[in-house]
Design a protein around this ligand. Structure first.
Ligand code: M5T
Ligand code: MG
Length: 242
């Protein structure tokens, strides 16, 4: 049966509203991202960035149009195969009570200790873990050690990386990282050669991407590279200057 091979993603005339409301949240989105490319998604709060993300692993289904992965409608994949190939790092990192190893390996119980460490190194959290009282056996979450927002984000990224996803989706997951750490993280991500969607507020992050999608009130306000957007989108120029 179908599995994700390459990680190409295409949105074809996608519109979306949540089941409990008629208000459109995404309007007629069309764009495509080739395997291994990075797409940065920008847009003000409430513009629909998180909603767009949710349509790829089918946390919600489109109301109109199609989301295609490797040229096939996501509706045609067995959902567990689809989700297995997609690493989603949610806007709010979710840790549970358990060890660091268990938190990183969650959903991939056959992960070896080497794989866990390697994901932690790439997610730029390994050095922090080494300094904890029991390193990878340290308990986090309720009744465990307290981690900072940025540390939780990086653990959550390590959890996605250990599964070696074909498509990686980061929902503002580097917001609490300083530029130097974020730079190292993005460099490490390139070695995974996965298609990467990265929601960000930072122009410096967006500039590194192959494409930038600027969302405004659920619609594509602009699409292109940093240079292209500087020339075509007054809204983008405004964000750059702010
Ligand atoms: C877009 C509504 C939200 C807003 C619009 C996640 C979610 C959102 N919404 C719901 O009704 N139910 C939901 O479960 O959809 O919201 P978004 O996609 O969350 O926007 P964003 O990610 O660009 O915003 P932010 O603040 O994360 O930058 O009308 O009420
Ligand atoms: Mg959001």
């Amino acid at each position: 049966s179908l599995t994700i091979n390459k990680g190409a993603v295409e949105f074809k005339n996608v519109s979306f509203h949540y089941p409990e409301s008629d208000v459109p949240v995404l309007r007629n989105l069309s764009f495509s991202v080739k395997p291994g490319e990075t797409l940065a998604i920008l847009g003000s709060t409430g513009s629909g960035k998180t909603s767009l993300f949710q349509l790829v692993p089918r946390l919600y289904d489109v109301t109109e149009g199609e989301v295609l992965v490797d040229g096939k409608n996501v509706m045609n994949y067995p959902i567990e195969k689809l989700r297995k190939g997609i690493g989603v790092v949610p806007q709010e990192a979710v840790l549970f009570t358990g060890s660091i190893t268990e938190n990183i390996g969650w959903g991939k119980e056959d992960a070896t200790s080497d794989e866990i460490i390697s994901a932690a190194v790439d997610a730029q959290i390994h050095e922090t873990v080494e300094k904890l009282p029991n390193q990878y056996d340290t308990r986090v979450g309720q009744r465990g050690v307290n981690l900072s927002g940025g540390q939780k984000q990086r653990l959550s990224i390590a959890r996605a990386l250990v599964r070696k996803p074909k498509i990686l989706m980061l929902d503002d997951s580097t917001s609490a990282l300083d530029l130097k750490t974020e730079g190292k993280l993005l460099k490490a991500l390139r070695t995974y050669s996965c298609t990467t969607f990265i929601i960000t507020q930072k122009i410096s992050t967006a500039m590194e991407a192959d494409h930038i999608l600027l969302l405004d009130d659920g619609a594509v306000e602009a699409w292109g590279t940093h240079e292209e957007l500087l020339n075509t989108s007054p809204l983008y120029v405004k964000i750059v200057q702010s």
